[in-house]
Each structure stands twice: as C-alpha cells, then as structure tokens.
Design a protein around this ligand. Sequence first.
Ligand code: ADE
Length: 224
Amino acid sequence: MRIDIITAVPELLKSPFEASILKRAIEKKIVAVHFHNIRDYSTNSYRQIDDYQFGGGAGMVMMIEPIDKCISKLKSQRNYDEIIYVTPDGNNFNQRIANKISLMKNIIILCGHYKGVDQRVRDQFITMEISIGDYVLSGGELASAIICDSVIRLIPGVLGNETSALTDSHQDGLLAPSVYTRPAEYKGWKVPEILLSGHLKKIEEWRENDALKRTASRRPDLLE
Ligand code: ADE
C-alpha cells in the first residue's frame, strides 16, 4: 500500500511513522508513506497557501491552486483508490472504514488547516471525507496519523501474529474480552480458572461471554 499525505506541517506528522509497528511496516516495505509539503506547490515567493475567505469572516482558507498542483502531479503518476480529506465535518471514522481502507493500494490524504480548504477542492478532487470524532484539532495531521495507524496495523504481515488484529475491540462489532498474563495469582488476586484450564473450547466461550458482558455494560449502543 502507498499513502501520500499532503500537509502544511509535515513535522507534526512524521514521528508516528518512525517507531514501533508503523516503522517496521515501512521497513518491511508493506507500506510506503510519502509526505508532500503543500507550501512547495505555492505559486508565490511567500510560499502562501491560504487566503481570506470571500464574503468576510474570521479565519483563513486553504487555496485551491497549490492543492490542485500537488494532487494532479500525484494522479499523473498512478491511480488512487481514494483521495481522502480529514475534516471535523467528515463521516465519523470507525473500524469498518479502517478495514475498507486497509484493502486499498494507493491513497492520498489531505490535511486541512485554518478554516479548511476552498470548497471547490472538496467538490473536484476529494472522494472521501473523514472525521476522527466530534471535536476540533488544530489541523488534520494528527487525525491522519491516527487513521494511518489504525489502517496499517490491519494489513497482513504488519502485526507479528495476524490473529491479534482480528481479535481487537471493534473488529467483530464488540469490545475485546479481558486479558491476563503471569502470575496466575498476585497478592491473592486470581486469574479466572478457566483460562488456566487448557480447554480451548471453554476458553473461547468464556471470552465470547466476557466480550458480550463488557460491551453491554460499556457500549450498549454497539449491540443495538
Ligand atoms: N481536523 C480538525 N479536527 C478534525 C477531526 N476531528 N477529524 C479530522 N480532521 C480534523
């Protein structure tokens, strides 16, 4: 998978890809992430990328021309499955959307800033708009890092044990069950007996039941 991220602040975005699971996925060449500084596509010597909004009002708007130049250059080089704009007024991100994106070959992610981008960018170039929640960040960079993290860990070969992504919370519409590790007893606090029994079928049943109970108490909306 190839991810092209268009941003005004690449420094805000790079470190999540330089450690741990994402770093390894890049080293293993399972995924390639390219950053494009939108200022490099500015048409004036101030490297300007935003301007006042027509009609007046507070807040700057990202101009269409630098974004058009960057997206058009990328599109001339390969086909993209989706051109995603991260924005607080997009569709709410969830595991279903992460799964869908993880199957794609090439995507562009455009990070917004200030009051957002000129609406014509959204009308002409964007194929998918995603919000990571009902709150506003200073820019789309952290949101796109979150989207990339959740997507990349789903690609086969990224996690050591592939089943571990399949048993995550939300992957089957439920929260994940409780987990325990050694010691089996600590200060008198015991691990549920069944998990030590070696009886795989019963353990599986216990986990299903625990996941259901946990979902019902914490996130009943998921069961509706
Ligand atoms: N940019 C600013 N806030 C955002 C959010 N909640 N989701 C996605 N992009 C954003």
